[in-house]
Design a protein around this ligand. Structure first.
Ligand code: C2E
Ligand code: MG
Ligand code: MG
Ligand code: MG
Length: 282
């Protein structure tokens, strides 16, 4: 470490950093062919009303790397954004999720994450329009999740693209709310249909008084602006019960279900009456 070797010393070569960079570079190269090799797949995590009734799923990308095994999206989405492959991966995820949802017997909602890079390059509204047309998915069943970065990058472009998306009849959700740059006023200036409370606030709701206050404020904000609020990362009954008391109407998290291949949820999407997962009313 440069710090340990003294203030005046400058280290020109850091073997640790070098290895990490090489590793990232190798992964980035692999990523370019991952789609062609069909190594990418989607997991699905249920989203439920506060009483546990599942109303939809979020599609979450996974990379089944031939030698590294399952690489989590937290590791490869950033790489994909850096080398531009996110444009292709994002288009694939959108289409794949729409195709999957269109095959369900139950008309549940499907949520798909969009990267800020997808707003910068290419014609996102046309891409979504085509995915809907080609898969036959009804637009009102599709929700697109965006992060605050989309707005931060280029607010006026974001607004025009979001308006075009809205005119297709799809819904827009603000993901990870409370963690980034977006202010409260962005909820008013942009056409959001849902606010997703970031999981960091939910997971510390019992132990951190500030988190509890933040969660309460976001729920209040949603009520005032008439935008439904969903809490992410709900893992325990205790968390759900607090959220319920605070007036939160929707939850997503391990309590309801982990992200899994859709086959794990076939009972829900094909409507065999088992649509009451981990969380039960009462
Ligand atoms: P996100 O959109 O905020 O997704 C929620 C993340 O929280 C998921 O992580 C999910 O597995 C995790 N999670 C859900 N419930 C719980 C819980 O109760 N406890 C804990 N500890 N974690 C929970 P995942 O699947 O690793 O995805 C991470 C992020 O990668 C996503 O965050 C999203 O920003 C990004 N991502 C995933 N798939 C895509 C994609 O297709 N396109 C883009 N652009 N981004 C994606
Ligand atoms: Mg999301
Ligand atoms: Mg999130
Ligand atoms: Mg996130």
């Amino acid at each position: 470490r440069a710090k340990e070797s003294g203030r005046r010393t400058v280290r020109f070569f850091d073997p640790d950093l070098d290895r990490r960079l090489r590793d990232r570079f190798a992964l980035q190269l692999d990523l370019r062919s991952a789609l062609d090799r069909k190594e990418l797949l989607l997991y699905y995590q249920p989203q439920a009303k506060i009483d546990g009734r599942v109303f939809g799923f979020e599609a979450l990308a996974r990379w089944n790397h031939p030698t590294r095994g399952m690489v989590p999206p937290t590791e490869f989405i950033t790489l994909a954004e850096q080398n531009g492959t996110i444009v292709e991966i994002g288009a694939w995820a959108l289409r794949e999720a729409c195709r999957e949802a269109a095959s369900w017997r139950e008309p549940l909602q499907i949520s798909v994450n969009l990267s800020p890079i997808q707003f910068r390059y290419g014609d996102l509204a046309s891409l979504v329009h085509l995915a809907l047309l080609d898969t036959g998915l009804s637009p009102d069943r599709l929700e697109l999740e965006i992060t605050e970065g989309v707005i931060f990058d280029d607010p006026s472009r974001a607004l025009s693209v979001l308006r075009r998306l809205k005119s297709l009849g799809v819904k827009i959700a603000m993901d990870d709310f409370g963690t980034g740059y977006a202010s409260m006023s962005s909820l008013q200036s942009f056409p959001f249909d849902k606010i997703k409370i970031d999981r960091s606030f939910v997971s510390s709701i019992e132990t951190n008084a500030q988190s509890a206050v933040i969660v309460r404020s976001i729920i209040g904000l949603g009520e005032a602006l008439r935008i439904p609020v969903i809490a992410e990362g709900v893992e325990t009954e205790a968390e759900r019960s607090i959220l319920w008391q605070e007036g939160c109407t929707e939850i997503q998290g391990f309590l309801v279900g982990h992200p899994m291949p859709i086959s794990a949820y076939v009972g829900i999407v094909d409507g065999d009456g088992s649509n009451h997962h981990a969380a039960q009313a009462g």
